[in-house]
Design a protein. Structure first.
Length: 253
């Protein structure tokens, strides 16, 4: 199993697509070059264009002679621009490679995920962070957002928090075990939302974020989130927050 971090700014998402630069395609090409076999990665999450990852996971099977540690070093050298470019950092990096049982599958064996969303509420726009956070130049009422987040926790039908266009799911019921809203210790103007659950619908975290932002701006009450969930109506939920502020933080097995 591979654990992977990437900056999604220059990728057209995780999933391999013809004539587009994707995380899956980039990693498959790199790993195939060193193993001498055609690598097909099974990723845990199909992140969209612009979405980042701190701990994406993927699995593949195959027989080759290079040990996992050597493969990771060689692949990361190539991903960062070549072995002769010391201290260079690419926009995708393999954090670890671990041998797993033959029947392991990174997607189907996943028990849960945590997503992080970063909001910057500074009054001044920072152009160097435009690809890494959602800029909202107003103070958010984080106490109200935390109250609203409490209604999201638990097993619910989250149909109201699903965008159109994704893969059709057998059920829109999901269990959310935690939603945290807090200010960053490193950047005082940053508000962080972290959502942990057993699975997520298409754009679900971004719609949850947009809904909580509207609560934080006083545009809706915390209690309206409960009513939105019960309605199962996408039109009742908040806007879809932009992809740039979203990070796949951790995956659980």
């Amino acid at each position: 199993m591979l654990k992977i971090a990437y900056d999604g700014s220059c990728f057209s998402g995780w999933q391999k697509q013809p004539d587009k630069r994707t995380v899956q395609g980039t990693l498959e090409d790199t790993l195939s070059a060193f193993t001498g076999i055609q690598i097909k990665l099974n990723g845990t999450s199909r992140t969209d264009a612009g979405v980042h990852a701190l701990g994406q996971c993927a699995s593949f099977s195959g027989e080759f002679s290079i040990p996992p540690e050597g493969l990771m070093k060689a692949a990361n050298d190539r991903l960062s621009g070549g072995m002769n470019r010391k201290n260079n950092v690419g926009d995708v990096e393999i954090l670890s490679i671990e041998e797993m049982p033959p029947d392991f599958h990174a997607r189907f064996d996943c028990k849960g995920k945590t997503y992080r969303y970063v909001i910057n509420s500074s009054p001044e726009r920072d152009i160097f962070r435009r690809n890494y956070c959602y800029w909202i130049p107003e103070r958010l009422d984080t106490d109200a957002m935390r109250l609203a987040a409490g209604y999201i926790i638990g097993e619910h039908d989250f149909k109201a928090f699903q965008a159109s266009g994704g893969t059709e799911r057998e059920t829109t019921v999901r269990t959310i075990t935690d939603v945290s809203v807090f200010t960053s210790d490193e950047k005082a103007d940053d508000v962080i939302i972290e959502v942990t659950g057993d699975g997520f619908l298409y754009n679900m975290v971004r719609i949850i974020t947009g809904t909580l932002v509207e609560v934080g701006l006083g545009k809706r009450t915390p209690e309206s989130v409960r009513d939105t969930i019960e309605s199962e109506d996408r039109a009742r939920a908040g806007h879809t927050a932009p992809a740039e502020g979203l990070y796949l933080k951790e995956i659980y097995y």
